[in-house]
Design a protein. Structure first.
Length: 184
């Protein structure tokens, strides 16, 4: 069985499978039989369950994957937030495993304390892992999210595979309780 690409949409590929059943008969199956199957509007949170990394990990409660577990619980002690060590320029990253036109990122801040620590963090999107992806295009800067609050940052779409949250400065701790990424 071979396939032929007929369209590319939102970095998903719709294609036709062509199979020779007998000498004279070709069976053609169009994948994406339903209208809109390749429509980005049908995509939910692209980061959910994604491959994550961060500059350091404070302890087992602060794993990078906690920011993409689908749980917005903002109490760090419940195990749904990330937490780096005290360091210079801490960062967190999710690999979307494909290139998307990203136009919206939603972030949930820690609620049981320390919400102000997130102030000044940058949302960066791109395809490069140079400097751990922290030099990719700047999409937005987080100036203030109240303790336990959730804020959505909308911007002109940026194509990218990696979404980074970087907190520039010395002696910083980065804590994220949920990061959601959306295409168009």
């Amino acid at each position: 069985m071979k396939h032929k690409v007929i369209s590319q949409c939102a970095d998903l590929t719709c294609f036709i499978l062509i199979s020779k059943v007998s000498m004279d008969v070709l069976v053609i199956l169009l994948l994406a039989l339903l209208p809109g199957l390749c429509d980005t509007k049908l995509m939910g949170d692209l980061a959910l369950g994604g491959k994550t990394a961060q500059s350091s990990t404070f302890n087992f409660l602060g794993l990078a994957k906690h920011a993409v577990d689908g749980n917005r619980n903002s109490n760090f002690l419940y195990g749904s937030c990330t937490h780096t060590n005290l360091e210079n320029n801490p960062w967190w990253r999710v690999d979307l495993m494909g290139v998307y036109k990203i136009s919206r990122v939603t972030i949930t801040n820690r609620g049981d304390c320390c919400g102000e620590w997130l102030s000044g963090a940058q949302i960066r999107i791109g395809n490069s892992l140079n400097s751990n992806g922290n030099n990719n295009e700047l999409a937005a800067t987080i100036w203030s999210i109240p303790n336990g609050g959730t804020e959505t940052y909308t911007f002109k779409h940026i194509k990218g595979r990696y979404v980074n949250i970087v907190l520039p400065g010395i002696f910083k701790i980065l804590i994220l309780c949920e990061v959601e990424v959306y295409s168009r």
